[in-house]
Design a protein around this ligand. Structure first.
Ligand SMILES: NC(=O)c1ccc[n+]([C@@H]2O[C@H](COP(=O)([O-])OP(=O)(O)OC[C@H]3O[C@@H](n4cnc5c(N)ncnc54)[C@H](OP(=O)(O)O)[C@@H]3O)[C@@H](O)[C@H]2O)c1
Length: 355
């Protein structure tokens, strides 16, 4: 059974002592927001709880009884335990059983799709499922809704992001998992597999432009739900080296190469425990979106944002507290439909520019 300390609270942060969880817990402490820390490592939770003054609960995801006990008296769970392909199932099951809202900062299109399919079940249980309340996908989802509202007959949506100057262990593990799967786009409303890095283009950013390569972002699920636009391609903006690098991952479609990758890359990330440097965390990020219709009209806009992990900590905490306080209807929700196209503009350092 899990250890339970402290009293009931509205929001439980699962995976609180990881890199992103620690940023959110620190932001909650600074804001005086109530929080219960949670995860599977009692020693790390005890240490974090002692330094921040929050109660904590210990439960492994495999222990359904401990998990149920950890969720007692809680209104919402914000999960920072990624990669989510491994953690979301048991946590969402436990939330649905207990009637507790679930949020995460997943950027994995497959877990969004999984939650979307459970929307009716969640609505019947009075539970809100709101994945992606981090840099992925809050700014891009808000921007997608904004450009779609400016061009209501849009049939195509392109989204590009830039800004990861350094990645954390959880993000790196998620990238390792995704690499062998190749690329993905949405065509005529359906998700379609394509070769990794299949499309390159330049993104016009007003007074400059950026090189971009298509990558399968979670917006392929969320932006479709938010806007209903049937053709969606998502990109990462970066150096020209990104294209060849992504295309090299096509080798991982060959099963022996994929097995070797799995045996080398995952353990290497676990051993090296990467994290963005303090300097990287002072950087900036960009999100661009363009809607176009069949007559050649377009609506495009750009968001300038703080560095992704910094923004994630503020946005995830705010969104989770809003959901915990009953501000979002039950069922599967996307950030922009739940909180509005202008929601992201309420955070310091976020600026939207019409192009
Ligand atoms: N949407 C965004 O923009 C955004 C931004 C930041 C992060 N993320 C995502 O957030 C996730 C966490 O990233 P991170 O860098 O904070 O990772 P991290 O430092 O590795 O921390 C992950 C946390 O989750 C826990 N965890 C992982 N697997 C678990 C499992 N099977 N059972 C129980 N606990 C488990 C870890 O506990 P142990 O140490 O005990 O394993 C740790 O507390 C990743 O999926 C990342 O991609 C998304």
């Amino acid at each position: 059974m899990g250890a339970v300390t402290g009293t009931d609270g509205e929001l439980l942060l699962y995976g609180s002592y990881g890199f992103t969880g620690s940023l959110i817990a620190r932001a909650a402490a600074d804001a005086g927001a109530p929080l219960i820390l949670a995860g599977r490592n009692a020693r790390r939770l005890r240490r974090q709880a002692a330094s921040l003054g929050f109660p904590y609960r210990v439960a492994a995801l495999e222990d359904a009884a401990a998990l149920a006990e950890a969720l007692e008296g809680v209104r919402a769970v914000l999960s920072l335990a990624g990669p989510y392909s491994r953690t979301e199932g048991p946590l969402v099951d436990a939330c649905l059983r207990a009637g507790i809202h679930y949020l995460d900062v997943s950027g994995e299109h497959a877990t969004f799709e999984g939650l979307r399919r459970r929307s009716e079940e969640a609505a019947a249980a009075g539970v809100t499922l709101l994945p992606g309340v981090g840099f992925d996908v809050v700014p891009s989802d808000c921007l997608a809704l904004y450009v779609a509202q400016r061009l209501p007959d849009a049939t195509r949506l392109e989204i590009a992001v830039q800004g990861v100057a350094g990645v954390s262990r959880g993000t790196a593990l998620t990238m390792v998992e995704a690499a062998p799967r190749g690329g993905l786009v949405r065509r005529e409303g359906r998700l379609v597999w394509v070769p990794a890095g299949w499309r390159r283009r330049r993104i016009p950013l007003g007074d400059a432009s950026a090189h971009a390569v298509s990558v399968p972002l979670a917006d392929l699920v969320s932006a479709f739900h938010t806007t209903g636009i049937p053709h969606i391609t998502t990109y990462y903006m970066g150096s020209a080296a990104l294209g060849p690098l992504l295309r090299a991952t096509r080798l991982l479609r060959w099963p022996p190469a994929a097995r070797l990758w799995e045996h080398v890359a995952g353990p290497a990330v676990r051993l090296l425990r990467p994290r963005p440097s303090t300097r990287a965390q002072r950087g900036r990020a960009l999100v661009w979106a363009e809607a176009s219709d069949d007559t050649g009209h377009t609506a495009a806009a750009l968001l300038r944002c703080p560095e992704p992990y910094t923004l994630t900590a503020l946005v995830a905490l705010d969104a989770a507290l809003r959901v915990a306080r009953g501000g979002v209807a039950p069922g599967y929700r996307t950030p922009a439909l739940a909180l509005g196209a202008d929601y992201v503009l309420g955070f310091p350092g976020v600026e939207r520019i019409d192009l």
